[in-house]
Design a protein around this ligand. Structure first.
Ligand SMILES: N[C@@H](CCC(=O)N[C@@H](CS)C(=O)NCC(=O)O)C(=O)O
Length: 205
């Protein structure tokens, strides 16, 4: 059985959601990122030398890392769930376009905020940077259910996961009406609730 190494609320929540949405039977192992040990008692550095979650251990012993690769791998495992559009279709490239934006623009924009030593002025700048991305996202989501077409894809799972961090950093989303509606819609999906509950984030769903 595949095993997903995760840390509650981290970017590993995206593949956790996708695994449930795909109906895949996989194991989960919680990683303590501070001590770099897993709940099963292993040194995480031996599994992923980068020391970051997510990591997906495959049945043949290979370990796949990087959110974008893991999302694609899981979705392609169960194509009839349509968590990724068909290979070669324009929609597929659109999903990849979003995964790239979320991973490099949105997700990276939070990096400095996690550092408790950040001076207030630097924090404000980092939030301003994120607000530009949020405005763009809001304009794209206006009048639509999901990022690409009418169906939930891996990009939505990733976007939801990263936007959920705004709660930890008390970033106000009230002016981003479409973003808020998107968050509400995604958090109401039963498989999203299941993943959040499993990570102890149920109160946030
Ligand atoms: N490039 C990696 C980054 C993964 C990443 O930064 N994960 C964070 C949690 S969201 C982490 O494990 N940080 C702890 C560390 O890197 O030591 C990916 O996209 O999967």
């Amino acid at each position: 059985m595949m095993k997903l190494y995760y840390s509650p609320g981290a970017c590993s929540l995206a593949p956790h959601i996708v695994a449930h949405e795909a109906g895949l039977e996989i194991e989960f192992d919680r990683v303590d990122l501070n001590t770099q040990t897993t709940a099963s008692g292993r040194r995480f550095g031996k599994i992923n030398p980068k020391g970051s979650v997510p990591a997906l251990a495959l049945q043949d012993g290979e370990v796949l890392t990087e959110v974008s690769a893991i999302l694609e791998y899981l979705a392609d495992h169960v194509p009839d769930r349509r968590l990724l559009p068909k290979s070669g279709s324009m929609e597929r490239y659109r999903v990849q376009e979003w995964v790239g934006f979320i991973g490099t623009e949105l997700r990276k924009g939070f990096d400095l905020l996690w550092d408790g030593l950040m001076p207030d002025a630097a924090r404000r700048l980092a939030v301003q940077y994120l607000q530009r991305r949020l405005s763009y996202l809001d304009s794209c989501l206006a009048g639509r259910s999901y990022l690409v077409g009418d169906e939930f894809t891996v990009a939505d799972a990733y976007c939801f996961t990263i936007l959920n961090w705004t709660r930890f950093h008390r970033i106000d989303l009230s002016e981003y009406v479409a973003v808020q509606a998107f968050m509400q819609k995604v958090s109401n999906r039963p498989m999203v609730r299941k993943a959040m509950e499993a990570e102890g984030l149920r109160h946030m769903a």
